[in-house]
Ligand binder design. Structure first.
Ligand code: GLN
Length: 503
């Protein structure tokens, strides 16, 4: 019997079109898998079996009636809880939003519904997307399906773990400094941060508005491309949305896989990969470079000297924007209200924010409020913005010399739960290679490049392209993925250990 949960999204779509399976069967298979492994993985904050099956049944009925359906109609999906979903509790991983039922859909949620994709539920995340391990969730951590004692990355650990645990073929993430790419890297999955403005942010609970992007998470490059196609495009509800036609990402992936990468110029970013990078991470990275060479690419090296300051600039810009974005959680408009005999509104607000926000959120609100305060604004926020410009210039110069830039996605394979929880600076360093792309607004992809020999855990390979050239990521990513899977004799995910299943 076919275990449909092991299939990719496009394979599922083709099987439905060929009459081999129904959406109700696929959705039920995912729901059964969720029921079997969630006690160990905890990828989801909410599972909507009824809603997902209703969408699936409607798709099956329309298909039986011979109606035209979108490409991914009937393919189930998991949505990070940062995205507002009408009628479905949305918390962004925070206690302060517990019980909040949004009265509207985010643009991307609406697009998923228009694409007729059953929504399995909302995935776990670090509170307000602050973190690299999902341990900062107000609702308990998610576990990495490769080793349940390890972190699934963050902030989108729930979305990545749902893919790696075969609970969902597709998921949505958000990436402000790496929260799609880093979880993809440590779970052996694919994650893409689109060009800033390429996917609407309307209805995505804001962390840092100038850095946030929603993007696709999948188990293959082509599946990610298909989901990006659904999510992307201009939206008048988002003032930063790019007003231009969406390229054909799936075609780009197919082109790369079919024709290789002859003449493509690839540059390794010198600053991302030396000291502090695990030996096995570097080894797999080098091997992937060899494969790219074999596909016809030319490999060079570029230096981006300002990247040294990227992390510092990010941890001023992000908290500054976050402290402002989170001011709206005031006990009045959304979710939680802690009313301790509540004499004044100030006391109710203070008590609510004290109880509703976790430590990391409070740390960043304090940092941001300080950085933005009169007298310090120029010294901190102003300087950080100047560094941001320098980073953009480094990228511009690098892309004069190469079509894509590459690096390991993260310095290490997934670490143990609890290992970095009391060390915020160590936690921040996980994103050292992913943050520059957000500061410059350019697109980036992480795809698996193998298991580190020393611990048998997934290693991610990062590809970066110039703004608006997201299609290039899919072309290069699909070509490299094809070479890697030929070597492995199948997808990396097939090497993941079997999870214990509840009966
Ligand atoms: N880990 C980074 C942070 O904590 C990235 C977060 C994100 O991309 N949402 O800010």
């Amino acid at each position: 019997m076919t275990d449909w949960t092991r299939k990719g999204a496009l394979e599922m779509a083709d099987a439905m079109a060929a009459g081999e399976v129904t959406s109700v069967e696929l959705t039920q298979a995912c729901l059964d898998r969720i029921a079997a492994v969630e006690a160990n993985v905890h990828a989801f904050l909410l599972v909507d079996a009824e809603g997902a099956l209703a969408t699936a049944a409607a798709v099956d009925a329309d298909r039986a009636a011979g109606k035209d359906l979108p490409r991914l109609a009937g393919v189930p999906i998991a949505i990070k809880d940062v995205l507002v979903t009408k009628g479905m509790e949305t918390t962004a991983g925070s206690k302060i939003l517990s019980g909040w039922i949004p009265p509207y859909d985010a643009t991307v949620t609406a697009k998923i519904r228009e694409a007729r994709m059953p929504i399995l539920g909302k995935t776990n995340m670090d509170e307000f997307a602050m973190g690299s391990s999902t341990e900062h969730s107000g609702y308990g951590p998610t576990h990495n399906p490769w080793d349940l004692d390890r972190i699934p990355g963050g902030s989108g650990g729930g979305s990545a773990a749902a893919l790696a645990a075969w609970e969902a073929p597709l998921a949505i993430g958000s990436d402000t400094g790496g929260s799609i790419r880093q979880p993809a890297s440590v779970t052996g999955t694919v994650g893409v941060k689109p060009t800033y403005g390429g996917v609407s942010r309307y209805g995505a609970i804001a962390l840092a508005s100038s850095l946030d992007q929603l993007g696709p998470c999948a188990r293959s490059v082509e599946d990610a491309a298909a989901l990006h196609q659904v999510m992307g495009g201009h939206d008048p509800m988002d003032a930063t949305s790019l007003d231009e036609p969406l390229p054909d990402f799936v075609a780009a992936a197919q082109e790369g896989r079919a024709n290789g990468l002859k003449g493509l110029k690839v540059a390794v970013i010198k600053e991302l990969g030396g000291e502090g990078y695990q030996a096995g991470v570097k080894q797999r990275f080098e091997e992937s470079l060899d494969l790219l060479r074999g596909l016809g690419a030319e490999i060079t090296e570029v230096s981006c000297p300002s990247f040294e300051y990227a992390l510092a600039a990010y941890y001023l810009i992000l908290p500054s924007e976050a402290s402002s974005n989170l001011a709206k959680f005031d006990s009045v408009r959304f979710g939680l209200r802690v009313d301790e005999g509540g004499t004044t509104i100030e006391r109710v607000m203070a008590a609510t924010r004290a109880e509703g926000f976790g430590d990391e959120v409070k740390r960043r609100i304090m940092l941001g409020t300080y950085a933005l305060s009169a007298g310090y604004y120029d010294a901190y926020y102003g300087s950080a913005q100047k560094v941001r410009t320098l980073i953009q210039r480094d990228f511009a110069a690098a892309f004069e010399q190469a079509d894509v830039l590459v690096s390991p996605t993260t310095p290490t394979t997934p670490f143990k739960l609890g290992e970095q929880l009391d060390d915020p600076l160590a936690m921040y360093l996980n994103d050292v290679a992913t943050i520059p792309a957000n500061l410059a607004g350019i697109p980036g992809m992480s795809l698996p490049s193998g298991l580190a020999p020393e611990d048998n855990l997934p290693v991610g390979f990062q590809i970066l392209a110039p703004a608006r050239e997201d299609a290039r990521l899919y072309r290069v990513g699909a070509a490299l993925e094809a070479a890697l899977t030929a070597q492995w004799g199948g997808s990396l995910m097939a090497q993941a250990p079997e999870l214990e299943v509840a009966r």
